[in-house]
Ligand binder design. Structure first.
Ligand code: GDP
Ligand code: IMO
Ligand code: MG
Length: 435
């Protein structure tokens, strides 16, 4: 039977909290690492010694040879990206074979999804008299691929890549519809060729066939064998399609609520939910960000934290820690403890601001988050100011050695969230962690 040691890792802000580092760290204590949502819009960084790995689709547990990595049914998989990632890892001496399984029910990101993503963003940025209405997506085709999942008749799943006839059959329908949509969006490209696409993607299917299985039964077998599962969330709670800052969100349930649908494992198997948060806030793309710091302090955070996207290289918008937002995410995710990341970035600030409530349009004060972009944009942050610390903390490994003001900053967070902080991260390496 299951040992009850299953853990979820979930981002509590707008992504890039350092989930990859924590998944890598906790992989040692688990047997199976499973991705349940998103696709190659995610960019999870793992640093081992002097080696840096950026993972987009493959779970961050892949660096441990003896662990099983699963891409669950809730993920949208771009086979081109997946093959590239497998090859890159293999070229760097990382074993990727029977230790990687991909759900036959995961939906496929096709080239026309990426074209559609880019074309729609372009169109949204040029609506006459409306200003820029684009979402600021990663242009990885995520939204259009999930849209096809919901449309059903036009969807392609990983299992379809294994059967040329089925694939061609489906693509003949999809290409006809997609061609019309792309041309309506102003894409001036030759018509989609179902035959050529079927040949190309069946070849990817052949290459990936050893990995493609029914991961739902596989995961239940693992649980019944007493194996410990680590769920790796991609994106983050405030980007959740239902619970984030809609419409400036991604297209999946990237809070902990997506775990069950995205893996086929029900809630009774969840023991711990570790919420991952930065010691400040960042956001990539459009959307409201009440505690954003547009001045010099924001630049300082970006420089010290090297806040540039792992997937797109875009500079991340930076700001102060918003505990109203984080507390909301801990509620949605059922968080049982916190990992506070990138605390080292805050060394050298004389004062640190923390958003503890919002002033609403009618002048009232509220400590409730507002998961709606238009309304949230009208909220003004109410800050508490805490004293900073000047010492660099990148070599600290024990909680007692943290500067007094850093400890006070963490205590403030823990008290506000009413949760223990079980991990503090002071640098990208495995060793730069205070447990
Ligand atoms: P993820 O998407 O949540 O996995 O996060 P990303 O990998 O996109 O972004 C986090 C970045 O911060 C990566 O470059 C990590 O190597 C780096 N990082 C993680 N933890 C720390 C930390 O405690 N301090 C510093 N300075 N960098 C960190
Ligand atoms: P990780 O897992 C940061 C953001 C995009 C954009 C919005 C929608 O690395 O934390 P999409 O391409 O998903 O349709 O874009 O969501 N976004 C992320 N931002 N980190 C991520 O993942 C993200 N995944 C999506 O920037 O604003
Ligand atoms: Mg990232």
């Amino acid at each position: 039977m299951n040992t009850g040691q299953n853990t979820a890792i979930v981002g509590l802000q707008w992504g890039d909290e350092g989930k990859g580092k924590i998944v890598d760290l906790l992989t040692a204590k688990h047997d199976v690492i499973v991705r349940y949502n998103g696709g190659a819009n995610a960019g999870h960084t793992v640093v081992v010694g002097d080696e840096k790995y950026a993972l987009h689709l493959i779970p961050s547990g892949i660096l441990y040879e003896e662990k099983l990595c699963i891409i669950g049914n809730g993920v949208v998989v771009d086979p081109v990206q997946l093959i590239k990632e497998i090859d890159t890892l293999r070229n760097r001496g990382i074993e990727v074979g029977d230790n990687l399984r991909v759900s036959n029910r995961a939906h496929v990101v096709m080239p026309y999804h990426k074209e559609h993503d880019a074309a729609l963003e372009r169109k949204l940025s040029q609506i006459a008299g409306k200003g820029d209405q684009s979402i600021g997506t990663t242009k990885r085709g995520i939204g259009p691929a999930y849209a096809d999942k919901v449309h059903r008749a036009t969807a392609i799943r990983m299992g379809d890549l294994l059967d040329h006839e089925t694939l061609l059959d489906k693509l003949s329908i999809t290409c006809a519809i997609r061609c019309a949509e792309l041309s309506a969006l102003g894409v001036d490209a030759p018509p989609l060729d179902a035959n050529a696409l079927a040949d190309e993607y069946a070849a990817y299917g052949k290459r990936l066939a050893p990995h493609i299985i029914d991961t739902v039964y596989e995961l239940h077998d693992c649980v019944n064998d007493g194996k410990a599962i680590l769920f790796e969330g991609a994106n983050a709670c405030l980007l959740d399609i239902d619970h984030g800052t809609f419409p400036y969100v991604t297209s999946s349930n990237c809070s902990a609520l997506g775990i069950h649908a995205g893996t086929g494992l029900p809630g009774k198997y969840m023991n711990k939910v570790i919420g991952i948060m930065k010691a400040y806030s960042t956001r990539v793309g459009g959307g409201p960000f009440p505690s954003e710091e547009l001045g010099e302090k924001g630049e300082q955070i970006r420089d010290r934290g090297n806040e540039y996207g792992t997937t797109t290289g875009r500079p991340r918008r930076c700001g102060w820690l918003d505990l109203v937002a984080v507390k909301y995410s801990t509620m949605i995710c059922g968080t049982t403890s916190i990992a506070c990341m990138l605390l080292d970035v805050l060394s050298g600030f004389e004062e640190l601001k923390i958003c503890v409530a919002y002033e609403l349009e009618d002048g009232t004060r509220s400590a409730r988050f507002i998961p709606d972009a238009k309304q949230l944009a009208t909220a003004k942050p109410i800050f508490e100011t805490l004293p900073g610390w000047s010492e660099e903390i990148v070599d600290i490994t024990s909680p007692e050695d943290l500067p007094v003001n850093a400890k006070a900053y963490l205590d403030f967070i823990s008290k506000y969230l009413d949760l223990p902080i079980s991990i503090v991260s002071v640098g990208p390496k495995r060793s730069q962690t205070v447990i």
